[in-house]
Ligand binder design. Sequence first.
Ligand code: WT7
Length: 570
Amino acid sequence: MEHEIYKAVDQNPNMKNYDETVKNFSWDDIEKNFSWSETGKVNIAYEAIDRHVDEGYGDKVALHYRDDNGTRSFTFKEMKEFSNKAANVFKAHDIKKGDRVFIFMPRSPELYFALLGAVKIGAIVGPLFEAFMEKAVSDRLTDSEAQAVVTTTDLLPRIPVADIDTLEHVFVVGDHEEGDKIVDFTQEIEKATDELEIEWVDREDGLILHYTSGSTGAPKGVLHVHNVMVQQFISAKYVLDMKEDDVYWCTADPGWVTGTAYGIFGPWLNRVTNVVVGGRFSPDAWYGALQDLKVTIWYSAPTAFRMLMGAGDEEVKKYDLSNLRHMLSVGEPLNPEVIKWADKVFNLRIHDTWWMTETGAHMIVNFPSMDIKAGAMGKPLPGIEASIIDDNGNELPPMRMGNLAMKAPWPAMMRQIWGNREKYESYFIGDWYVSGDSAYVDDDGYFFFQGRVDDVIMTAGERVGPFEIESKLIEHEAVQEAGVIGKPDPIRGEIVKAFIALREGYEPTDELKEEIRNFVKLGLAAHAAPREIEFKDKLPKTRSGKIMRRVLKAWELNLDAGDLSSMDND
Ligand code: WT7
């Protein structure tokens, strides 16, 4: 197959030569950047913030936070002080090392202070996407046996405070009613001191818990430890190509792993100025942020690029984007069409990156120094051994499609699925970590994404599990059975589509579709609500009663459904 090639342009990237770097690479060398090489102890929040103050960069801007009300900027010194205050509030309420502290709030500077503050006392932080409704919040707090949540006035009603036994405190930013376990975070931060004795931890101590969806079962808690810093630091340096004067914007929300690995730790471990944009997406808001904050490095997702593309090229011309020098993408396949568009309107290449919540950092990427083949995810990060294997763990030769896999372990690899050893172990065949994606490698060593092996849906760059949505759907009184699939969509990659069999006595009307859609939206999350619903008399099931999503997908796409031997036909 011929792929359009976008040549590397000379821009003096941090990593000059891929093959040379791979040959000479050692993780030990990278680890020498951090304190444990001398003291045995470390804390990623120190390495990301306080360290730069100690080294004389206290007055450098760490964060530009921008929303409809304008931009607020904070130096590394201010970030240190505010996160220390947050840490002291947690300490005053007896939150301890290893406790689970969830951060459930929309993007705001306070979110970053709270998250870093919790890390500074050695707590394990659990970021939750602001769109989650009560059930989604409750499942995650219950599974992880959370001790605390930081939230806002608006989101507080979605936390079932009384139902979660382990929950000791809910810290609220903004006005709220008095209540059992409720602490006024804003007031207490004002009173707290900004002096803090950081909790020095081991590199293998817990740092962050990201819940992510699989094809079966409830969402699972992927645990990362402080050691992720090694790979997040070096990938941000080599792949995002961060340098002293860069202004960097990652558009992902910290509720997802991209928004923490590369929205918090990656940039700050590299001491660059980090941009966070709150509020809703619009082409004007986004191009305006790029222009006004003089963004140089921009990390986003195909779905966003496609929306911008849809807004038209004239829109881009209204803005001065001359500072922008490096663009990257993650989350779903980056269409060659989008690369072509960026080449035309920004005169820049979009560098695709592949990784997962579970991998903790970049794994397969396009480097600035490398030629890009449109449609390819790139090559392995130095220090990472990636391959294509069959279901028995045998490596396959180039051009053969199979399971995308990596040799375990690597520095940022997840260390646990919270409370579920069996699930954790199910990711591995021997010492291969099996990603759940299928792919092939070409003769030049470029990896090409082919699809998910399981039924996980990627919609607008977010991973949603069909099981969670199906479970919610059947809670609706009219729904007898539900099967959920991802349906290909030109903008969102995939949309959520539900096939539903109704209970006796219910009519398949458009009003009912709307009602069911809202039921999921309000009960689970807006992005999980099926954009399309189709009523069926009966759903295809295996004899053991499992809904056969593969068959639903084949119906949808007019394909042959393959082997139906396990289907229950009565
Ligand atoms: C799944 C992981 C951590 C990144 C954000 C999503 C898909 C990710 C790419 C890419 C094609 C991609 C895969 C992967 N994916 N990047 N560059 N090209 N697909 O993290 O929610 O853990 O989802 O996202 O299917 O397995 P996630």
